[in-house]
Write a protein that binds this ligand. Structure first.
Ligand SMILES: [Zn+2]
Length: 242
């Protein structure tokens, strides 16, 4: 029986639920083992399935979030153009960031079950990995890997990995590179409540306050429904191995 994460682990403020992979990335042990099996099968099919990002802490997510809210990091629109944050209201700023970045405490990357992948074998020399929609679109660098992954998922042979952001439902933009280990992630998803998040932000130990927190709290139920909840059925084989 797999143990439940504590509230601190679930919101990325504690990392004792993780193991380190040889590549230096961190995941929960069950997810790491399953990913190793998927990676070995990908290698047989000619792909070097690699992790661009796995566990991300609350502090790291806050630095990304605050950097975008404060204008030190770029925010892009759906066409990939930079957004001029200074011309937006605070509510509009919040939604522009939410399209591509999770509020600290709500990121699936806190759980040790979710990861962003690419095909290291398809990477040209001196190419800088972007994880952009273009790289994973039909004809893109990583499209063959993702087509192979789609086939594995459809066949129920993806070792529990599925795509929570496969489709655009008006919330988080589609992220074909983002995989989630459903047998553990579904339980995390179910526990991410308003109460848990409000207490997480209330006792944020950081020296740096979370940007746009008033706007987040003022509209929390709608934000959770649109940007944190993922479409039911994102994982077509619920309970596999859980
Ligand atoms: Zn991701």
């Amino acid at each position: 029986m797999v143990r439940q994460l504590t509230p601190l682990q679930l919101t990325g403020r504690e990392d004792s639920h993780l193991v380190e992979l040889p590549c230096g990335n961190r995941l929960r042990a069950e997810a790491a083992r399953a990913f190793g099996r998927l990676q070995a099968e990908a290698a047989e099919a000619g792909f070097a399935l690699a992790i661009a990002s796995s566990f991300r802490s609350y502090e790291r997510q806050r630095s990304i979030w605050n950097g975008k809210a404060g204008g030190q990091r770029p925010v892009h629109d759906d066409a990939g153009r930079p957004v001029d944050m200074a011309t937006l209201s605070r509510g509009e700023q919040l939604r522009a960031i939410l399209r591509y970045s999770a509020i600290p405490g709500t990121s699936r990357h806190h759980w040790g079950t979710d990861l962003d992948v690419y095909d290291a074998a398809a990477l040209p020399a001196d190419y800088r990995l972007q994880l952009s929609p273009r790289e994973v679109a039909p004809g893109g660098l990583f499209d063959p890997l993702h087509r192979w992954l789609d086939e594995r998922m459809a066949a129920g042979a993806s070792h529990g990995f599925f795509r929570p952001y496969a489709r655009d439902t008006g919330g988080v933009a589609p992220e074909r590179w983002h995989l989630s280990f459903a047998p553990l992630a579904q339980a995390c998803e179910a526990r991410l409540s308003r109460e848990l998040l409000l207490s997480c932000w209330a006792c944020d130990p950081g020296e740096e306050p979370l940007a746009l927190l008033d706007e987040i709290q003022a509209d929390l139920p709608a934000i959770l429904a649109r940007y944190v909840a993922v479409a039911p059925g994102w994982c077509p084989a619920p309970g596999t191995g859980a």
